[in-house]
Design a protein around this ligand. Structure first.
Ligand code: BDP
Length: 698
C-alpha cells in the first residue's frame, strides 16, 4: 500500500455477514446518468461497490432496483416520497439518503436537487459502507454549511511549491493542456468525496504569467477536467498585473484603464471557463503590491476586481494576512487595524480571507480578532494543511483539533455563543457568503501529502468546511476506517494518538502560548535564539521576549494591548491571569520565571515539564504504532514507523534547544527528574538541516 488511493481504497469488506447484507441492498441499481457529473458519480459507485463487495453492479429499471440514485425528478415515485422541507433544506449541493418501504420491500434512495447533490450523496453512501455502518432504515439529510470550500495551492509555474513538503506541484504545466494526467482526476475525486468545491491553482505570491493566454489555456484544461466533480478553479493574481502583463503605467484601482484591463481579462477567462471561480489576492503583504501602493485601501482594490468578475458570478477572496513595519510594537494588531474601518465597504462578492490566528499558522494561536469584528463583510477562514510550522512531513500532526479550536472560539460579537463556526455558517449575518480555505499539502509524492497521516489533514479540512460542527474524533474515526481498516483494535488506539498529536507538537515546540520561535525562513527546527535578521517581526526574540526577569509577550493594556481588539468578554478572559488558560499564557502575558502556575509549579518548571512531556508523548505514539503492526499493511507501517523515529529525534532537538536556550535567562536548573540534554546549547545552535529546495536552510 503506497498510499496513493487515499481514503478511497474501497477495500473488500472482511465481515461476511455484513457483505451479504450490503450485497442484497444494492441488488439492482437504477441510476439514470445523463450529465458528466452523474456519470462520474455512477462510475464511482461501480468502483466502490466493485472493491467493497467484489461485485459488478447490476443496473436495472426503477421497479426492479433496491438502490435508486438520481436527481429528485429523475427518481420518479421514489423522489416523490421526499418531503418539501427536506428538498428545501438540501439546497444546491445537499442530498438525501433514505430507506423507503414499498409493498413490503425496502429500497434505498440517494437523491439531490442537482447532479452535484447526487455526486456528494453517492460518496456519502459509499462512506457508510467503508466505515461499516448499517444501511437499514436510513434517513440522512445533509448539506454543506459553507458555500466556498476551497483548497489553496501555493504552487509555482516551475512546479516548486511554496511551503510544500510532498514533492513538486501536481500541475504539470509543461504537458498541459494536451495531457490530462490521471492524477488530476484522482485529485478531483478525493476533493468531491469530502465536498471541496474549489481549487486555487497557484501561489498567493502570484506569478503574473498565470494570466497570460499561454497559461490560461492550461488552466482551462484543468477546469474542464474538474468540472464533472463539482470543482471550480480559481487563480491567485498579482495586483500589479496590469503593469507587468498589460504594459499599463499604473495598477491604481481607481484608474479607468486599469479597471478596463481587469474587466477584459475577466471576460477573456470566462469565455474559456464559464464557471471560473474568481481571484485570490495577497496584497500589501510581505512585499506584494496592492492598492496601498497607489494610496488606496483594501476595499477599493478588492471591489475593482470584484466588479470585473461579478457579471460572471465570480468572487474575490481578499486576504487579511497583512503586516509590515507599520505596527512596530505588535504584528498581531495590523490586520484588525487595516480592515475594521472598511467593514461594510466590500462588495457582496468579496470575501475577506482571515487566517485562524493573528500571526501566522502557529502550532497554537488564539482566534483572529477579525472574526466577529466585520459584521457586514463576507468572511472566509483560512487554515494551513501543509505543515509549515508543524514539522513538515516528518511529524504526525492531525490538525482537526487545531481547526476546531478556532471554530469553537466564542467571539461574543453578538453576545455569548457567537462562535467562529456560527459566523462561518452564516448564522450571524445570513446575507453574507462564507467559506473556508485550506492551504493544500498536496504534491507529487506517491502518497500525495508526504506523511501518510497528513492525508487526514486534507480529509478533515473538507469535512469541517462542509460542516464545522463535526468533531475531530468522528472525522478521525472515518478517515482511519476508510484509509486503514475497520478493526477496532487498530482504530481505537490510533485515533487516540491522532487526537493527541497536535498537543504533543505544541508541547515540544511552543508550549504555554510561545510562538514563532522556529528557525528563520525554513520554520522546521527550533530557533528561539533568532535575532537580527533584518526585520524585528521575523525574529524569535520579538515574540518570546525572554529576559532574566521572565518571558512572554505582554498584549494586555500594559503592553501592546492587542487584547483590546477583542470584545470585552474575550479581552477580560485572556487578560485576567485567573482565567487565561495556560495554553495562551505567554501569548498574552509577560511573566516572571517564578510565576506560580495552576499546577503549583513555577513557570520555569512548568515550561520544562511541557517540553519533556511533548517529547515523551512521541515515544508513546511510537509504542502504540508498534503495537498495531498486525493490522497495517507492512509497507505503510514501516513508512510511518521510520517517520516517527525522525519525529522523535526532532522532538528531542526542539526540547533540548528550547530548554537550554530559555535556561540562559531563567538561570534555573532543569529539575533532576528529567534526563539532562546530552549536548550544550552551542551544539544545538550549530545544527544545520537541509531544507526543501528554494526555501533556505534551517
Ligand atoms: C507564511 C509563509 C509564506 C506565505 C505567507 C502567506 O511563510 O511563505 O507566503 O504565509 O500566507 O506562513 O502569504
Amino acid at each position: 500500500d503506497n498510499g496513493y488511493e487515499l481514503w478511497l481504497k474501497y477495500k473488500h469488506i472482511q465481515n461476511p455477514a455484513v457483505e451479504t447484507r450490503y450485497r442484497s441492498q444494492v441488488n439492482g441499481i437504477y441510476f439514470p446518468s445523463n450529465t458528466d457529473r452523474l456519470l462520474v458519480a455512477r462510475k464511482e459507485l461501480v468502483r466502490g461497490l466493485g472493491g467493497l463487495l467484489n461485485i459488478q453492479p447490476k443496473f436495472a429499471s426503477i421497479d426492479q432496483s433496491s438502490l435508486i440514485v438520481g436527481t429528485i425528478p429523475q427518481t420518479g415515485w421514489a423522489g416523490r416520497t421526499i418531503d418539501a422541507s427536506s428538498i428545501q433544506t438540501i439546497g444546491n449541493e445537499g442530498y438525501i439518503i433514505k430507506t423507503i418501504k414499498q409493498n413490503g420491500k425496502s429500497v434505498i434512495l440517494i437523491a439531490g436537487n442537482t447532479d452535484t447533490g447526487v455526486l456528494y450523496g453517492t460518496f456519502a453512501f459509499l462512506k457508510l459502507m467503508q466505515t461499516g455502518k448499517s444501511l437499514d432504515n436510513l434517513n440522512i439529510v445533509d448539506y454543506p454549511k459553507t458555500s466556498y470550500r476551497v483548497l489553496d495551492h501555493w504552487d509555482n509555474p516551475d512546479r516548486s511549491v511554496e511551503r510544500g513538503y510532498a514533492g513538486f506541484s501536481i500541475w504539470n504545466w509543461h504537458k498541459l493542456p494536451g495531457y490530462i494526467d490521471p492524477r488530476y482526476i484522482d485529485y478531483a475525486r478525493a476533493n468531491a468525496s469530502v465536498g471541496i468545491n474549489g481549487s486555487v491553482l497557484n501561489n498567493v505570491n502570484a506569478n503574473v504569467q498565470m494570466l497570460s493566454p499561454f497559461y490560461l489555456a492550461k488552466v482551462k484544461a484543468l477546469a474542464d477536467a474538474f468540472r464533472p466533480y463539482g470543482i471550480r478553479v480559481y487563480l491567485a493574481v498579482k495586483f500589479s498585473s496590469p503593469v507587468e502583463l498589460g504594459g499599463l503605467k499604473t495598477a491604481d484601482p481607481l484608474d479607468t484603464a486599469v479597471q478596463r484591463w481587469w474587466k477584459s481579462k475577466a471576460d477573456e477567462i470566462y469565455r474559456a471557463i464559464p464557471d471560473f471561480g474568481g481571484f485570490l489576492v495577497k496584497a500589501n503583504s510581505e512585499g506584494q503590491p496592492g492598492p496601498q501602493t497607489y494610496g488606496r485601501n483594501h476595499a477599493e482594490g478588492a471591489n475593482m476586481l470584484a466588479d470585473a468578475v461579478a457579471p460572471h458570478h465570480g468572487i474575490v477572496m481578499w486576504r487579511a494576512f497583512v503586516y509590515d513595519h507599520k505596527v512596530p510594537d505588535d504584528r498581531a494588531k495590523q490586520a484588525y487595524n487595516e480592515f475594521t474601518p472598511l467593514d461594510g465597504k466590500f462588495r457582496p462578492n468579496v470575501m475577506v480571507q482571515v487566517k485562524n490566528g493573528p500571526i501566522d499558522f502557529q502550532p497554537r494561536e488564539p482566534f483572529h480578532p477579525l472574526f466577529g469584528a466585520l459584521p457586514n463583510t463576507p468572511i472566509m477562514l483560512e487554515v494551513q494543511l501543509t505543515q509549515e510550522y508543524l514539522g513538515f512531513s516528518t511529524n504526525l500532526v492531525y490538525e482537526a483539533p487545531l481547526f476546531k479550536e478556532v471554530l469553537n472560539s466564542d467571539t461574543y460579537a453578538n453576545g455569548k455563543g457567537t462562535t467562529v463556526s456560527k459566523i462561518l455558517q452564516g448564522k450571524y449575518n445570513p446575507k453574507l457568503i462564507t467559506g473556508m480555505a485550506g492551504v493544500a499539502n498536496i504534491g507529487t509524492d506517491l502518497n500525495w501529502c508526504g506523511h501518510p497521516f497528513a492525508q487526514a489533514n486534507w480529509y478533515c479540512f473538507g469535512r469541517l468546511a462542509w460542516n464545522p460542527d463535526q468533531t475531530s474524533a468522528e472525522i478521525a474515526d472515518d478517515w482511519l476506517k476508510m484509509t486503514f481498516t475497520n478493526d477496532q483494535r487498530f482504530v481505537g488506539p490510533v485515533k487516540q494518538e491522532m487526537l493527541q498529536s497536535r498537543e504533543n507538537t505544541v508541547n515540544y515546540m511552543t508550549p504555554l502560548g510561545l510562538h514563532h520561535i522556529m528557525s528563520a525562513n525554513g520554520h522546521y527546527g527550533p530557533g528561539p535564539w533568532t535575532d537580527n535578521i533584518g526585520r524585528a517581526d521575523w525574529t524569535a526574540v520579538y515574540y518570546h521576549k525572554a529576559d532574566t526577569n521572565g518571558v512572554g509577550f505582554d498584549r494586555t493594556a500594559t503592553g501592546s494591548n492587542a487584547l483590546g481588539q477583542y470584545r470585552p468578554e474575550v479581552a477580560k478572559y485572556y487578560g485576567d491571569l485567573a482565567t487565561c488558560p495556560d495554553e495562551y499564557l505567554l501569548w498574552f502575558h509577560h511573566l516572571s520565571w517564578n510565576y506560580k502556575m495552576r499546577s503549583g509549579k513555577t513557570l520555569w518548571d512548568e515550561m520544562v515539564h511541557h517540553y519533556y512531556e511533548g517529547a515523551d508523548s512521541v515515544k508513546h505514539m511510537q509504542q502504540v504504532w508498534n503495537s498495531v503492526q498486525p493490522y497495517v499493511d507492512p509497507e505503510l507501517h514501516d513508512e510511518v514507523k521510520q517517520l516517527m523515529a525522525v519525529q522523535y529525534a526532532e522532538a528531542i532537538r526542539w526540547r533540548n534547544s528550547c530548554v537550554l536556550y530559555f535556561q540562559t535567562f531563567s538561570r534555573k536548573p532543569i529539575p533532576a527528574v528529567y534526563p539532562q540534554p546530552e549536548h550544550d546549547l552551542s551544539y544545538y545552535r550549530s545544527l544545520r538541516f537541509m531544507n526543501v529546495p528554494g526555501q533556505g536552510t534551517n
